[in-house]
Every structure is written in structure tokens, then in C-alpha cells.
Design a protein. Sequence first.
Length: 181
Amino acid sequence: MLDGKTIAFLVAPEGTEQVELTEPWQAVRQAGGTPRLVSTRGGEIQAFDHLDRAGTFPVDATVDEVSADGFDGLVLPGGVANPDFLRTVPGAVRFVRAFFDAGKPVAAICHAPWTLIEADVVGGRAVTSWPSLQTDLRNAGATWTDREVVVCSGGPNVLVTSRRPDDLKAFCEAAVDAFSA
């Protein structure tokens, strides 16, 4: 399904919701794809289970070392601190925007759409997210709905969004489908 495809997972050095990284990562692997962890600095990232420290994961590359050209799709895991940090790093924002400019699929869950707002890519798009982001997304021109997963092809690429860890099964299935197209 994803044989020969490489999917970037963009995360901050700390604050990523671990399950929103590990479950989509495993889904990409099970579908035959190659996931790669991209962050704003090398070494390891510190993931969290809500507000508690969880596992650490090795970074494969930094946003300054790679471009969207080297990937077939992008996953943006959530966690409150993760996208809040990423949206303050110009290189991370440019990396995200480049997937939209290239027409490549992007999948974002929970609070991750904050980074999409900063990249100015949600205008006119149908999305969902953690409920507290709905006003931010609407103000950025998106049409927000409270659904398990929203797949929007009404733009330059396929955009998959989901609300929370409870929606991971549907999110992973929709993301793999988008990446396999």
C-alpha cells in the first residue's frame, strides 16, 4: 500500500502526545511505508502522555536538513505544547507549507492544526481538531466540524484531520489511505 513511500512526522523537541506519534507511525510501517522523525533540532524528542513525560524517540533529521521533496506525505501529531512550539519556528512552518504547495497529503490530529493555521493553509478547508481550536480554525477561514475524522480534498492536497487520541483508529486509516493515493 505504501511500499516505497516515506512519510515525515514533524514534532517539537518536547511536548508531542506520544500515542499520536506512535500509532500513526506504526500504521505507516504496517502499510509498508517508511516513517521518518523530523524535528527542529537533532538528538531525541521527549514525548508526553498528556502532561506526564513518556518515551523519547531519536530524530532522523531536522527541518533545516530536509525538504518536502524528500517525502510523500506529512503527519503532524498533537499534544498542546508540540504545535504551539512548532508554529513559532519559521523553518517548521515553511516545511509544513511546502507539502501543501507540492500537493502532498498531510494528516494532523488534536492540537496540530495550530501549525497549519500558522502556515496559512486552512482557508477554505474542512477540518476538525481538539474542540478548543475551533475558533482559531474558523478565524483562519476553515470550516470546522466536530467529527472523528475529516478528509478534505478541496484544496491543493488531501488534508486529514482528527480530534483526539480516541479517534486514532479512524485517523490512521484515513491517513494511510491518503498517503497511498
